[in-house]
Design a protein around this ligand. Sequence first.
Ligand code: IDP
Ligand code: MG
Length: 142
Amino acid sequence: MSLTLAIIKPDAVGSGKAGKVLAHLEGAGFTVRAARMLSLSKAQAGAFYAVHKGRPFYDELVEFMTSGPVFPMVLEADDAVPLLRETIGATDPAEAAEGTVRKLYAESKGRNAIHASDSDENARQEIAFFFSEHERLGTGRS
Ligand code: IDP
Ligand code: MG
């Protein structure tokens, strides 16, 4: 079993689709190991997407990701990273396969409902961005 990070983005949370997206992910075989809802600051969104700094869509992406609450979660499955990428579909919903999260719920290439880590190393970093070790393990009672 391995872990990956998904973020239900502000478009899907704002249109009341978070539950449907979560049900879709569970139906695809993922177990939710941690989840929270929060609003990102510009600095946080910029840091999370630092790899895209300088791209033409970067400012729009930071603006979008700070436009409302996001719902990051840690998901577990066999080969979680590639399975989640397959489950969410292509970045642009116009190119996403039938039955994928983005085909079903994304509005556009920018407002595309969900984020997924693209490698095991990035998954580790992105999980640590949102969740402490005890939250991830579900042992956070004090
Ligand atoms: P991914 O989310 O499928 O991994 P990336 O290329 O890593 O796609 O881009 C990160 C995010 O930036 C996308 O999910 C989307 O929200 C946004 N984005 C990427 N390309 C474009 C674009 O051409 N126009 C507008 N937004 C874009
Ligand atoms: Mg990406």
